[in-house]
Design a protein around this ligand. Structure first.
Ligand SMILES: [Zn+2]
Length: 228
């Protein structure tokens, strides 16, 4: 317990120090912000939150998707920063999600975050998975654990934003597979799939289809932004 207190104290000190060297700014208006928020209070209030979206996974199961905002303005810029290996964008996206999505109200029980996986070739060239980093950053303030490496992307797919709307389902169909141990870890849990962007919902649908085979209690999804 004492070691944990010392570590937390050291982390807070480091955050203050970082704030002095690199002042944190609101991603929308540029005004100074705290380390753990991405937007000042005014801009966070002004950010339009899309209504939740239901995605049909099978005839009997659908998944509710919660987004912090739409794919526009500063959120779009942050999502695109992954192409330039900008890891700081993951933290800011997670912060916006924590500011705009009421995790405490929406999610309860035995819950776990599952980031949408990248194909290994993309991971190798980029060095990180934005969804995994966002899940790690969200895990701290929400207290929700992250289940990593339980689902893998077995096929390299084109970016959904580069594919015409009616072909997006085909692009990610069969692209995901469970890894050994996934069933034991996800059975009976409320699984919350996490991604940076939801376009047609096809990616979330096919990840959810794999997770369904683990017999979870429920599946939901959270994304930083929605295309429409
Ligand atoms: Zn602002």
């Amino acid at each position: 317990m004492r070691v944990r207190n010392i570590l937390e104290f050291a982390q807070r000190g480091l955050e203050h120090l970082l704030q002095i060297i690199f002042p944190f700014e609101c991603i929308s208006c540029g005004i100074g912000c705290d380390f753990n928020v991405a937007m000042c209070g005014v801009c966070a209030n002004e950010l339009r939150v899309p209504p939740s979206l239901e995605i049909e996974v099978t005839k009997k199961v659908s998944v509710k998707v919660h987004a912090a905002g739409f794919y526009e303005g500063p959120l779009r810029e942050l999502v695109l920063k992954k192409h330039y290996k900008d890891l700081s964008a993951s933290r800011l996206l997670a912060n916006v999600m924590f500011q705009k999505i009421d995790f405490e109200k929406l999610f309860g029980g035995d819950i776990v975050l599952v980031p949408v996986p990248l194909h290994w070739t993309r991971w190798a060239s980029r060095g990180f998975n934005q969804a995994t980093m966002m899940a790690k950053f969200l895990s701290k303030p929400t207290g929700i654990p992250v289940a990593k490496r339980l689902v893998r992307r077995v096929r390299k797919t084109a970016f959904q934003t580069d594919v015409p709307g009616d072909e997006r389902g085909k692009n990610v169909s069969g692209a995901f597979e469970l890894k050994p141990g996934a069933r034991e870890k996800l059975a009976g849990k409320h699984v919350v799939i996490l991604d940076d962007l939801c376009t047609t919902g096809s990616t979330l649908k096919f990840v959810a289809r794999e997770i369904l085979r683990c017999h979870p209690e429920k599946i939901s999804a959270v994304v930083a932004c929605r295309a429409s």
